[in-house]
Each structure stands twice: as C-alpha cells, then as structure tokens.
Design a protein around this ligand. Structure first.
Ligand code: SIN
Length: 527
C-alpha cells in the first residue's frame, strides 16, 4: 500500500537574495498528511523480499539476546519494522561461517561465479519495483531516484560478473635463463571481506563491494546500517535465490553493539579485508583497528567537493549540473558539490538561474509521484545542515531561499541556497550532507584552485568551462580522486571510484576487483 504521509510543495518564483523570500516560500508550503495504510510487507508485490532477520550460514536468524532495532521511515517517522540487535557472538559466528565457506567458494571457477552474479543481476532487475520501494521507505529518496539506485546497484553485479572472468595474471621475462616468472591472482587471504556500508545508497553501496568480493572468490560478512537494513536483507534474499551457496554471504545487523561488532570485524585474524564507506572519523577508527592484523583496507570516506563555474561556461548546463550534483538524494552523497565557486562576471546570473530551479522542487514523501526531493535520513542530519546555514549567515552570507527545516513530521529540510558565503564558513570545511548550495565568488583561476584544494579531503571535484586548455589545467590541479568537467554526475560502475587525501584508500568499481585479490608470484626454476 502506498504510504502518503507528507506531500510538501515548495514553489517560488522569486530569485531575490533577501530573507523575505524564505517567508514567502514557507507560506506557500502545502502540507498534507495521510496515515500509512500499513501492511506487514510494506506493500511489496513479493512479500518475501521483506526480511527482518540477520543471515548466517544460509539461515535467517534472530539475535541471541532477542534484542531488536526499530527501523523508521524518515518521511513519516513511522516504524517500518525491526531487525535483530546482534552482537559479538553472532559476529564471530558469521566470520567463522564465512571462513568455512571460503574454502569451497574460492575454488569455484570464475565462470561459475560470473553465471551466479548474472542471475543475481537479473533478479535485481526483475524485482526493481519492490527493491526501489524498500529503498524509498527506509531512506526517503523519491521512487524515481530509488529505481535509479537499483539500476546503479545492479550494474555493479553485471560489471563484476564480467570482471570475474578477466582476472588475468602475467608472465614476466626473467633475466636468468633457467627461470620463468609467473604472476597469478587469488582471492584475498583465506577468508573473506567484512563490509560496512552506509545508509545513503542502501543497495548500491552493498553491491559495489559485494559484487567485487564474490567475483574475486571471497566470502563476506555485511554489516548494513541500522537506518536501512531492509535493502541489504532483500539483496541477500535474491542472492540466495540466484544460487549463491550458504555461508558465502552473511549479514549481522546491529546498532547499540556497533563498536564491538566493528572491532571484531577489523581485528579478527580470520578476516583478511575490511571495506568501508562512510565518514572520515569512523574510517580512521576502523583503519587503526584493522592495522592490528595488517588487513587490506579500502575506504571511501567523506568529501567536500568544489563545483566551479568559470565565466566562459555554458551557464544553463552548469545550472543543470549543479542541480543534479548538489541535490541528488537531497544532498546526501559523498560526491555531491559542497562548495560552489562562481566567477565574478557570471555570479549573479548563475545564482538567480539556480535559485529559480531550486524553487520548483517539490519536497515530500518519496512515494508520492510528484515528489522531487525527499527527507534527510534523521534528526541529526537536520541539525547539521541547520548549523551550517546558521554559521554561514552569522559570517555574513545571504539567504536566497530555504534555510530551515520544514515544520511537521518527517526530517525534511527546505532546499537552500546561500550566496556570498565566506571561505571561512563551516560549510567550506565540513561536508554538509544536505540540500544546501553555498555560493562563493572568485576572480581568477589561480585563486579558485587554491580555494578548492584548501581542505583535508579530496573525493570529487567539478567545473564548467568551454576552454579546453583550462579543462586540462584545472582537472590536473584539483586534489581529488574524481573530476567532472562539464558534468555534475560522474557515478558509474565502470569508473575507479575513490578519493585522495582523507577521502579514502583504494578504488571501487572499475578494476576494484583487484582490491579483493592477492597477487602471487611463482618462479619456475630448474629449467
Ligand atoms: C556515496 O555517496 O558514497 C556514493 C555516491 C555514488 O556512488 O554516486
């Protein structure tokens, strides 16, 4: 059944840079509340995709202590269901199971793993409506975006299925006549990958890691986020239907016990690899724990992406790119623009065209067909964006639109545009993770490069210009792992996704299967 809780419409035509506009926008909000017609399966066509238990050794299981985690719909604040509050005992069991399963799974042929991953991929396509609905219910993003995420998530399975059969080794000519040198690739260590994933892409951040791990011949223990566990569990149900054997994938759900579960995953000697997507402080803590057994670690941590508009840019294209980049998933992506730098002579034009587009957003429950932007994940996220807005205003920024939470149920924040944001504002040093476009003026290429690189992280960066020389110069100068020139959307399964500086280690997607494999050198002597 459709849950239609909040139907908010934010419409405005004004583009002035005064706070009055904010009041006008608020006055025109339409706020309609509908009670959720609750069903036990959240209105899914295939009710058995809604799994509410952890998964260990091919069995759906509750927590040994019987504890439960409540999962809420961020658009309505209603409880969607529960998953088990697991702890150390279940984590150890899952690791032991994965370790046993590794013995046989790592010996399967790449072609066999390819075939199973392609079945898993096909099942994700077949069940896209239900999988998207689960994403929208637990994460809040509009259905159309959730379907996009499902397609993105599935594309990692397809990509890594194709990578599985291409994990080539090498023959290296030897300087010694009696030796032949061969390099082979093997699934990492003897055990498996621990996967710790975030809530902003409940499905894609699982498959980006799991697809690579399974293709390489690793087994996995997944710890999904407590905010969005149902997507992870639905994927495991489909993996099971695809024929992936018991013990190869295990899921431990936890919230209160997250520290001990995380520590066990990072320190247990059976675990050979930790992969994490999330905040930089948590990444650092996990990295330190994983150092105790020198595990291989891949990390995709926070970003603070600059989005630069030069005066020779196609301004319409830059505005389109800015909307996609900044406001996708209501600004809750690691790669979204956090700081907009706009060259002086086109600043006013860009600001007013951006504001016009943002004013047309419809903020509301993602299940409503006309919603363009959903809620933030929880109250903490609202508090953070509010802190960034208040700080920028206190330092002299101007409010173009939005600026505060939407009153009523659900963690909705008004799509917000601030102009004349000074470079010392918090939004320039911390990732906002919300629908806030903070605009700052610049004059020269040299100045904007310095501003853009003045941060401890370096995940993505974007810029718009029609000068091909500038494209090369700026792309090379930005201290980031990924650059979008004349585009605000870069995410695809085929790209090396990852950052530099404190944004992470290693790359996902693309040839990311290598992160799950060891290189072994074999010398053939006595010839
Ligand atoms: C992320 O926000 O961590 C991932 C975003 C993406 O893959 O596009």
């Amino acid at each position: 059944m459709a849950s239609r809780i909040a139907s908010l419409s934010l419409r405005a035509t004004a583009t002035s840079t005064t706070a009055t506009l904010k009041n006008k926008l608020l006055a025109r909000n339409q706020f309609a509340v509908y009670r959720m017609a609750s069903t036990s399966a959240l209105g899914l066509k295939d009710a058995s995709l809604l799994r509410t238990q952890g998964y260990i050794d091919g069995k759906w299981v509750d927590a040994q202590g019987g504890g439960k985690i409540k999962v809420f719909n961020p658009a309505t604040e209603e409880e969607l269901g529960t998953v088990p509050e697991m702890g150390l005992a279940e984590t150890k069991q899952a690791i032991e199971t994965a370790s046993q399963a590794f013995k046989t799974w790592s010996k399967t042929t790449p072609k066999h793993r390819h075939d199973l991953l392609m079945k898993f991929y096909a099942l994700m396509q077949e069940h896209q409506d239900d999988l998207a609905r689960i994403i929208t219910l637990e994460n809040g993003k509009p259905l159309v975006e959730a379907k996009g995420e499902n397609a993105y998530a599935a594309s990692f399975l397809e990509w890594f299925a194709e990578e599985a059969v291409r994990t080539y080794g090498e023959v290296i000519p030897s300087p010694f006549p009696h030796i032949r040198n061969v390099v082979v690739k093997q699934p990492i260590g003897v055990v498996f990958s621990s996967i710790l994933t975030p809530w902003n892409f409940p499905s894609a951040m699982i498959t980006r890691k799991l697809g690579a791990a399974l293709a390489a011949g690793c087994t996995a223990v997944i710890k999904p986020p407590p905010e969005t566990p149902f997507s992870a569990l639905a994927l495991v149900e489909l993996a099971n239907r695809a024929g992936i054997p018991s013990g190869v994938i295990n899921v431990v759900t936890t919230q209160a016990n997250v520290h001990e579960v995380g520590r066990e995953m990072c320190e247990n000697p059976l675990v050979k690899k930790v992969t994490f997507t999330g905040s930089t402080p948590v990444a650092k803590a996990l990295y330190m724990m994983a150092a105790s057994t020198l595990k291989k670690v891949s990390i995709e941590a926070g970003g603070n992406a600059p989005f630069i508009v030069f005066d020779d840019a196609d301004i319409d294209a830059a505005v389109e790119g800015a909307i996609a980049c900044k406001f996708r998933q209501s600004g809750q992506t690691c790669v979204c623009a956090n700081r907009f730098y706009v060259q002086d002579s086109v600043y006013a034009d860009f600001a007013s065209r951006l504001a016009e587009k943002v004013a047309a957003f419809k903020v509301g429950n993602g299940l409503d067909g006309d919603t363009t932007h959903g809620p933030l994940i929880h109250q903490k996220a609202l508090a953070k964006i509010q802190r960034h807005v208040d700080d920028a205003l206190a330092r002299g920024a101007q409010l173009v639109m939005g600026g505060s939470r939407v009153p009523g149920k659900g963690s909705f924040f008004q799509p917000t545009v601030l102009s004349e944001v000074p470079p010392d504002a918090l939004v320039h040093t911390e990732e906002t993770f919300g629908p806030l476009a903070a605009l700052t003026r610049f004059e020269t290429e040299e100045q904007v490069i310095a501003l853009a690189n003045n941060t401890s992280v370096g995940l993505a960066g974007y810029f718009y210009t029609r000068d091909v020389g500038k494209v090369w110069r700026v792309a090379e100068a930005l201290e980031v792992g990924m650059v979008g020139t004349n585009t605000g959307l870069i995410s695809q399964a085929v790209i090396p996704f990852g950052g530099v500086k404190e944004s992470g280690l290693g790359r996902e997607g693309s040839h990311g299967i290598e992160e799950y494999m060891n290189v072994k050198f074999i010398a053939f002597g006595g010839l």
